[in-house]
Design a protein around this ligand. Structure first.
Ligand SMILES: *[C@@H]1O[C@H](CO)[C@@H](O)[C@H](O)[C@H]1NC(C)=O
Length: 314
């Protein structure tokens, strides 16, 4: 007797196979985030030397990123609790241009420079999403260093100006968007900017929507995709490693730390892979059985006699 998959099983099997394949393709970049401990492009902390004549900091490599600091807040009045952090960056970098992006100036900037994005920008259900998006756009347009308002500066940022583009490593996986630097029109931020539109999906759960559509998880996924294609040094994204005691560019005051939980959520999924695998199989079994029953009903609505007859071949 020839081996053949019985007809009632064939269609559910194909459906199941497609579901699994689509599932893997859709989640591939997220899955790879679970296996990312090594960094080829790590930036280590460095204190710039001081020029004897001018007293200015000098770096061992040429400056690539323009001396601009970007921050965002809803209006010009920065809350008291973040003034110290803001001041620490301003005072240690008097030679940097400073841009505080407010709700109003940020929207105007998008309308003027990236009008194709304005609809998406306005469509975001949460302000934090606009705050996420604007930082990618200003880095693409002007270049410079973006710093979250709750991050203070501990030392001169000049060495960070010598890399074409960089982001900070997130704990425990992926990258964060709390501090980033870039030359104008860097291909990575170009990609990030263009992908924002594709990832603008409302998942109905606020936290998940923000995290997947504009936040660090979104950035991490685009970074993974970019890493696969970027080949030249200039196109690569460098990674600022977590600070060591006494050797840090920034000190985090944890004022708006809810974004930091994104990576923990991914690791939670990773840590409970057995549970999710079992759940996946249960779900697959339910889908498979249901479609089997449906198909059987549709194709063989009558008695089991007909069914047996088919089994033995005609
Ligand atoms: C900014 O917003 C705060 C509270 O939302 C308000 O108290 C303050 O006056 C605003 N500042 C400006 C310059 O409009």
């Amino acid at each position: 007797m020839r081996f053949a998959i019985r007809r009632p099983f064939a269609i559910p099997l194909v459906i199941l196979g497609l579901i699994v394949i689509i599932g893997v393709v859709v989640t591939f970049d997220y899955i790879t985030l679970l296996f990312d401990s090594v960094n080829d492009n790590a930036i280590d902390f460095e204190v710039p030397a001081t020029d004897k004549d001018t007293g200015q900091p000098v770096t061992s490599h040429p400056q690539l990123i323009p001396k601009i600091l970007h921050q965002t807040w809803k209006n010009e009045t920065v809350p008291e609790k973040w003034r110290a952090a803001q001041e620490s960056c301003l005072q240690s970098h008097p030679d940097f241009e400073y841009k505080l992006w407010t709700d109003e100036s940020a929207r105007q900037f998008i309308a003027d420079e990236y009008p194709w994005f304005l609809d998406t920008y306005d469509s975001y259900p949460f302000n934090i999403m606009r705050a996420d998006a604007i930082r990618y756009f200003v880095l693409h347009h002007f270049g410079g260093i973006y710093i979250d308002l709750d991050e203070g500066c501990q030392s001169r940022l000049d060495p960070l100006l010598t890399y074409p583009a960089w982001v900070r490593q997130a704990d425990p996986t992926g990258v964060s968007n709390s501090v980033m630097g870039s030359t104008p029109r860097h291909p990575f931020f170009m990609r990030v900017m263009l992908e924002l539109k594709n990832y603008n999906f409302n998942w109905r759960v606020p936290y998940i929507t923000v995290m997947y559509a504009t936040g660090p998880l979104f950035l991490s996924v685009i970074w993974k995709q970019h890493k696969r294609w970027a080949v030249s040094d200039a196109e690569q994204v460098w990674i600022l490693m977590p600070p060591e005691p006494g050797a840090a560019y920034f000190n985090d005051l944890h004022g708006s730390s809810w974004h930091e939980d994104d990576a923990k959520w991914i690791m939670y999924l990773g840590g409970h892979w057995l549970l999710f695998t079992v759940l996946g199989f249960v779900l697959a079994a339910v889908v498979g059985l249901t479609s089997y029953l449906v198909v059987r009903r549709v194709y063989y609505p009558r008695t089991s006699l007909n069914y047996k007859y088919l089994e033995y071949g005609e």
